[in-house]
Design a protein around this ligand. Structure first.
Ligand code: 5GP
Length: 113
């Protein structure tokens, strides 16, 4: 059996979060360790481990996550932000429940570390 992730506990309401959005398919909340003045995560309620584990039937859900994250950004009057999806340990993924980072409020650099 796989271990319950911290994000599953947030979805289940067992761990508090600063919630920005919730609907039947996803939840968005501020990152606990913000790497920019604005840093929030959008995660599916479906327990998908990472982009690597997505199936074709998840395509609409993936689009929904991006759309919701962008809607939140626009509600904050942002028109510049960075989206990041770490996939796998070596990419920097530390929580193995799919999530999209939205970062804004400072100048971003490239290439990422
Ligand atoms: P990853 O490194 O997997 O791409 O991103 C995981 C993110 O989840 C990190 O930015 C980390 O700060 C955030 N995070 C980890 N635990 C918690 C938590 O309990 N609450 C919130 N709001 N964010 C968390």
């Amino acid at each position: 059996m796989t271990e319950t992730t911290i994000f599953q506990k947030i979805i289940d309401g067992e761990i508090p979060c600063e919630k920005l959005h919730e609907d039947d398919f996803c939840i968005a909340f501020n990152d606990i360790s913000a790497q920019a003045p604005i840093h929030y995560l959008v995660i599916p309620k479906k327990p998908i481990v990472s982009l690597c584990e997505c199936a074709e039937k998840d395509a609409d859900l993936l689009g929904h996550l991006l759309f919701v994250g962008s809607k939140i950004a626009k509600s904050k009057n942002l028109n510049n932000w960075r989206t990041v999806i770490n996939t796998g340990k070596e990419s920097g993924q530390t929580v193995f429940h799919l999530h999209i980072h939205f970062l804004a409020g400072r100048k971003m650099t490239w290439p990422p570390g």
